[in-house]
Design a protein around this ligand. Structure first.
Ligand SMILES: C[S@@+](CC[C@H](N)C(=O)[O-])C[C@H]1O[C@@H](n2cnc3c(N)ncnc32)[C@H](O)[C@@H]1O
Length: 454
């Protein structure tokens, strides 16, 4: 079924990036369906350019009868402003379940101004609205006389006699002058309603903008409100939430805050490192989690280096809390940078990070790094190695001089040598307090360690 769907998309699209994406997704959707509980739900977030193909794939994997909703999330920024077409202002969320037995808790939002106009104050100033007690269907079992009122032939009471009596007893029925119930007399108090049920068009969730308090600087970060709504509607505390493309961990953060268990997966080390910091910041070190699949020891680091030197470099840069270079080559041997403040106005100094994963190391690496620091006008450098540095390297580093941080007059070695083992053991570089490449997640308790600059 999935192969057939891909085959027809191949015929339609030819071999291009969209087809490659769909093939990549198809394999993952099959596995996600496999691991989903029989009572589980899956939300797939996608752009309108791919949503129609993904819906077909989801139909093929989950079965068309398990399609529940297509949700339109209106983003406040347009994705693709081209002349001669409507700006693209929404993303799509597809909801499928594994079976007919699934959890769904309706979510509500505050009434808008138009709906609020329907509410009037009672004698005590308490706001209420009147709803119709009848439905426009002729249901003989609901077409009875009640306290002198009977629905017309084409309508029926919307509830049983007992339910009507219950409302009457609680003073929730509006009466006509003659004392008989009004058919549109179901009195509903505003303070007893949950608000307006959320439908399939979501316009009340703001995207992450440059000024959002939640913003961490991860380019595709989603708002917590979006994930809160999804998690709250389709799971209960203690359930397990999986986000296999978890980016900077919005799903993980929302699941943690809502008392769900969670698993987040992402292909990049940066994302995992950012989530670790996000959880540490937001929960003051109280969130319990395990990070798997990244090196925990030197043999693991060597294995990663053999598998992908580029991934090894990015991982090593994250160990010194640096920001990796995006480009894979041609960066004068510099694999990342750590920034630190120079004043209160946003000026910053740079520590260049060079990572060497091979077993052969020599003093030329130190001299090259010093040359780049000087050429780039950077403040300092750090050379991260898998193996211990040679005596010559230590001497070269010692001869490189020092850097004085004008904020407090302290001096630091111009070049530091550090091994992966030392970093795994928790060794911290001697340098001014770093500016993290990403912003800190808002804390659940007040921050204590504020950086103060003279
Ligand atoms: C749209 S972003 C998710 C953003 C996330 N919802 C958030 O709020 O940060 C997609 C993520 O999928 C990751 N990704 C891409 N291909 C992947 C793969 N094959 N396996 C796991 N993660 C992948 C990317 O690194 C990226 O972080």
């Amino acid at each position: 079924m999935v192969a057939d769907a891909i085959q027809s998309m191949h015929g339609l699209l030819g071999e291009n990036a969209v087809l490659a994406y769909l093939v990549m997704m198809a394999a993952r959707l099959v596995e996600l369906h496999r691991v989903l509980k029989p009572t589980g739900s899956m939300y797939l977030h996608c752009a309108p350019t791919a949503s129609h193909y993904l819906k077909l794939l989801m139909d093929a994997v989950f079965g068309p009868k398990n399609f529940r909703n297509e949700i339109i999330w209106e983003r406040t920024n347009a994705h693709n402003m081209k002349a001669r077409m409507w700006p693209r202002t929404h993303d799509t969320l597809l909801l499928y379940t594994k079976s007919d037995d699934f959890r769904f808790d309706q979510q509500f939002k505050p009434y808008g101004p138009e709906q609020m106009k329907r509410f009037k104050p009672d004698d005590q100033g308490r706001l209420y609205k009147a709803e119709n007690l009848t439905f426009s269907t002729a249901n003989p079992s609901r077409q009875f006389d009640w306290r002198g009122t009977r629905p017309p032939p084409n309508r029926s009471w919307g509830m049983s006699l007992e339910e009507l009596e219950g409302l009457y007893a609680r003073g929730r029925i509006l009466l006509k002058k003659d004392g008989t119930p009004r058919m549109d007399g179901w009195k509903i108090y505003l303070d007893e309603t949950q608000g307006k049920p959320v439908g399939t068009v979501w316009t009340d969730i703001e995207r992450i903008s440059n000024t959002s308090a939640e913003r961490l600087g991860y380019p595709t970060q989603k708002p917590l409100a979006l994930l809160n709504r999804i998690i709250e509607s389709s799971s209960e505390p203690g359930d397990l939430i999986l986000d296999p493309f978890c980016g900077c961990g919005t799903t993980v953060d929302a699941a943690q805050a809502l008392g769900r268990r969670w698993i987040g997966i992402d292909v990049t080390y940066i994302a995992i490192d950012l989530i670790r910091r996000r959880l540490e910041d937001a929960y003051s070190g109280e969130a319990q989690f395990v990070i798997d699949g990244i090196p925990r020891d030197v043999p693991g680091a060597e294995a990663l280096f053999r598998k992908s030197p580029f991934d090894f470099e990015r991982w090593a840069v994250s160990l010194v809390y640096g920001q990796p270079n995006e480009r894979q080559v041609g960066d004068r041997g510099i694999d990342g940078v750590i920034r630190f403040p120079l004043d209160r106005r946003g000026a910053f100094g740079r520590v260049l990070v060079s990572v060497k994963g091979g077993r052969q190391v020599n003093p030329a690496f130190v001299r090259d790094l010093l040359g780049t620091i000087n050429a780039e006008g950077a403040a300092m450098g750090v050379l991260v190695t898998l193996v211990d540095p040679t005596r010559g390297m230590v001497d070269a580093a010692n001869r490189s001089g020092s850097y004085v941080w004008l904020v407090d007059g302290r001096s630091y070695p111009k070049i530091q040598l550090v091994t992966v083992q030392q970093l795994l053991d928790g060794y911290r570089l001697a340098m001014p307090p770093a500016l993290t490449p990403y912003l800190s997640a808002p804390r659940h308790v007040p921050a204590v360690d504020q950086l103060s600059l003279g």
